[in-house]
Design a protein around this ligand. Sequence first.
Ligand code: ADP
Ligand code: ZN
Ligand code: ZN
Length: 820
Amino acid sequence: MTCSFCNVALPVPLRTAFTYAVPESMRSVVQPGSRVLVPFRKQSLVGVVVEFVNAAPEGTKVREIARVLDFVPTLTPKLIELASWIANYYLAPVGEVFRAMLPPLTELKSQRQILLTPSGREASESLSGGELSHGLTGAEATFLTKLKEKKGAVLLGLQSKLGLDVSSLQKLQRLGLIEIHESLQAIRRETLRVIAWKGTGAGSEAAAAKPLAEKEEKIRTLLETERGPLPLPQLLRLANATRSLIDRMLRDALLESWEEPLDPAEDPFDTGYTPPAHELNAEQEAALKGIRARFELGAFGVQLLHGVTGSGKTEVYLRAIQEMLARGKTAIILVPEIALTLWIGRQCRSWFGARFEGVAVLHSALSDVERAREWWRVRNGEARVVVGTRSAIFAPLENVGLIIVDEEQESSYKQEETPRYHGRDIAIVRAKMESALTLLGSATPSMETYHHAREGKYELLTLASRVADRALASVEIVDLREEFQHTHLTSPISSKLHAGIQECLYSKTQALVLINRRGYSWSVLCRSCGASVQCVNCSISMTHHKQRNRLECHYCGSIQPIPKLCPKCQSKYIYFFGEGSEHLEERLRKEFPGARIARLDRDTARTKRQYQETLGAFAGGALDILVGTQMLAKGHDFQRVTLVGVVSADSSLSLPDFRAAERTFQLLTQVAGRAGRGELPGRVLIQTFYPEHYAIQDAVKQDYLSFFERELHFRRMMAYPPFTSLANVIVRDVRLEKAILWSRQLSQYFSPYDGERVRILGPAAAPLARLKREHRFQFLLKSPKRSVLTKLLSGAIAYCDAKEIPQSALLADMDPLSLL
Ligand code: ADP
Ligand code: ZN
Ligand code: ZN
């Protein structure tokens, strides 16, 4: 029996699913996982059917599903299961989890319409009788009549053409004579016309009837022997033919044509790329053997591939995927940066994707159309390897055997908005559901992961040396205190770094210069009163961007003009302080005239194309110096880099976060790993005011184990992860009094639990006390048992509901990476 009701998860911040009736005509199509269009309040929303139910909840008016968007359910049962796990664990509304999983809705566009209500219809009928009722003006009355003539609906925006202004529109709405509805309309998918040769078949009389003209012959060779079926625009270009010729040949049945979805934009670097064919060295071979042994078990497991930078982890990943595919299963490989999806994607395509099929790339810089296309290729089983960033963990692959997480320690795997999931952790949960293997790879594993490996929870595989007996780069410290004593200059480029870069230029090798902040100056101060220019919405100082000639807040994106006078005391002694990447680039250009310099940060690399161009230019030797933020540190395999300069190791060390040392060590080790990867030896210069700090000392030695031991000791003493689990709870509101009131209330809920099993710190003003106009108070929950935290938090949510504290005021972050 098919059910007539189902629960639908909607992308709204409410922790429930909603019951809808399934119309008779849709019953054979709707399934769990199907996307449906449903009315919700005054909108139409796209939701996902979670389950069928026998009856609607009592006392509610159940509305009907308006449309089914898929004939094959979008989400597989495994993904529905995963979504509900995430919703529980991260305390997120399940509809928002689905939203993170679903492909972009390219088939729909939203429209707002003005609709005539029944009383509006009545009114317009009485109006046409000549009477002006309801106290309407002439223009308003005319509009109602016209609306009725147009079958009671016009697009919002068209009313002005019909002589109605906005205040009248609002008045009619208030009187209940009209309604404004949002609706989603189907739009045609973008397709491409493909032309193929048909004429030589036995049944074709036309072909036999008369010999082909020269142009036609050209088209035949192209389509039949040289290239195969071609998209129409390409055919026109290659054959130098006209549209009317093709049309005629179609009519004559020499050609046939059909519509195909557009092809994903090709990666320009794909053409002519041949992957290196290395023989694995003994360490790589041993690691692969360990992975293979796991495959043979065919059960869930987690392995950590700990390999120093340049040890050839990618090669191991590719072979592991290859063996998994040979077993008839599929694989996902997650990378921390969009730029790396291009690089790994290219390698995967050349290994596995005959004609680029078989491999899909998913990340957020793709256009919606491209992303939807890639997503559906995966869903339809056309791609068996998925390369992508964080959300690619939700790729609708079936029969997953292997999930690789490259650079597993990267904080970009954590989503900093609802649902606040961690891609690496989900990789493990998903692998468990699929009885698959998770392979975590890193030169600098996170404390949590390495701890698990040492405790035997994960299996440890090690690549201790670089490929081809290459040495790790030599790392030196530049003590900025000494530097200042010698030179009395405050340039962020020390004399040693300057000399190093000069040497690179001289020997025609390349240099990378890392700086941790983007923008021109990261602080604007008043010399008279000492005030710094703060964001109007956040308790954060504004960053000066010179090229854009304005101040920007890096947290909420607000902008301000550059002040001429101090906003506080009107003094004109404004000065800019703290050099960011934009400033550093300018300085390098001055200090090294003639050098070919580019900058890579979030301001210069806004699109996939920009990334590609800069990285491609650097990799191809068209640049001498690349300056940029952390983006530079990750995974790239540049062959001619002999010098890496770190302008300041201290900016990450001084953050108010217990992970500051870990982050600094990882960043320095990673960036040091970019030097000396080719035949040429590498050198790294780290500038710091704290050369004694263990994070810096161990980074100089590139000694992961030493760092791990010291940091672990600190974590144990302070009862931080991996020895405890954390949850960060923020209470926030635009109104300060509300934020204070609610955090007091919540404190009453929490405080009885404070004790052995859970420690509750707070409420205190959050380190970011104001963000996007909201005042923020913080609780930090610590427990040796994560399940205790989950229980406590779901209790807190229920408590907030009971106290009528709005759900949006409470932000609960399980396993937070940032405590700001
Ligand atoms: P990692 O990710 O561990 O830093 P990569 O996977 O980027 O290192 O590999 C570093 C370089 O070594 C790449 O240029 C790769 O082509 C090369 N490489 C990998 N395996 C071998 C091998 N067995 N012999 C020689 N070169 C190799
Ligand atoms: Zn001032
Ligand atoms: Zn701001």
